[in-house]
Ligand binder design. Sequence first.
Ligand SMILES: Cc1cc2nc3c(=O)[nH]c(=O)nc-3n(C[C@H](O)[C@H](O)[C@H](O)COP(=O)(O)O)c2cc1C
Length: 451
Amino acid sequence: MPKQIILAAHFPGVNNTTVWSDPASGSHIDFASFVHLARTAERGRFDFFFLAEGLRLREQRGRIHDLDVVGRPDTLTVLAALAAVTTHLGLAGTLNTTFREPYELARQLATLDHLSAGRAAWNVVTTSDAFTGENFRRGGYLDRSLRYERAAEFVRVARRLWESWPADAVVGDRATGRYVRGADPGVFAHHGDQFDIAGHFTVPRSPQLHPVILQAGDSPEGREFAASSADAIFSRHGTLAEGREFYRDVKARLSRYGRTPDDLKIIPGATFVLGDTDAEAQERAHHIRRQQVSPQTAILLLEQLWNRDLSGYDPDGPLPAEDPATDAAAVSRGRAGMYPDPVGTARRWRALAGEKGLGIRDLVIEVTGRQSFVGTPQRVAEQMDHFVQSDAADGFILVPHLTPGGLDEFVDRVVPLLQERGVFRTEYTGTTLREHLGLRAARPVTRVGAA
Ligand SMILES: Cc1cc2nc3c(=O)[nH]c(=O)nc-3n(C[C@H](O)[C@H](O)[C@H](O)COP(=O)(O)O)c2cc1C
């Protein structure tokens, strides 16, 4: 029996993949766009719909990075609305633990799980920049180890809150006039370093008990956190070799927590470009990369590495001769830590540009993005299957470059081929997202009530 592929649909928005300028591109904020993508994913029997999170518009040279304006409405509100127009599709939201409070978020996610009859998922992120923190923590921020400490405690507290109502607590017995069983459903107390809270949780137990927990973070701390606490990882490791290495590394960590490899699914983000022939798909891929990296965008992306004002450079001309400014204030705010070794990276880029005779824009196109799967529907289905069967992933979060119609062609042309190969469902067999993902039903892990 081959492994079954997990498929999720990323609503574009907060990323560099979106091409808003294409004539086929629609609104990134109208509800109709969300509905279109979600219903297309559900028509394709996808596991879940996914929203990333970006809580502050990045700035470059003191001005907002205007691509960021595309697609940043509030996650939970969008997912709640989508619960009403879908029936099986999981609904996953990226929601950080650094700037939120567990009582509030646990309540919102339990509510989403109720509204959707067991389809809620939470992608736990810590976020990587202090800049976003200015919106929330009076300018304060947490360093990495504290962010993960807070995240781990946050998830523990959220689980305690979700478990605080016994499964059979709501009886609604008209004869005796008793609505709830037991003295104190929902009672909780938690006294920890990050949170010190007590009271009664207001939302009775939700269908999945714990909404599915995804995690996106790549450092050793992030991987360890995922191994101990997550049901799935949204990863960046999109090549076969890197994917296999990451898969092996993370799955090996699970036994330390009494978990098995099947308890944690690995789902990298992936893009795709289809064509009637491989050559046509390659041509489309090339065209899309040029749409994604306009002349202005090429300069902005180059500035993120060089950390200098490069607005006077010709996008078709050579790369700057001087090295990146490493000790100056960052010209780009909100994208911290993208390039751990700017000088080394700049030298490599210059060498590549020299070798291939590339100007700035062509070089940026070459080094900043890569479509994961390009080819005929047959080739793409075959490659995705190979990726999963070789343990480089358990599935993919697909990131279409067009909103809202970017998934249509995949659902119409690739999904049937995956189904023919016997590696993707033809009908939903369960109702909850845990069931779609092949995860065991959640069991209570915290001691109800006490800290
Ligand atoms: C694939 C992937 C997707 C991510 N998506 C988001 C996101 O949507 N919003 C966000 O605030 N952070 C996002 N992050 C950042 C993580 O929350 C985390 O802060 C960052 O990766 C630094 O943690 P690390 O050092 O463990 O990787 C993402 C990270 C990865 C690897």
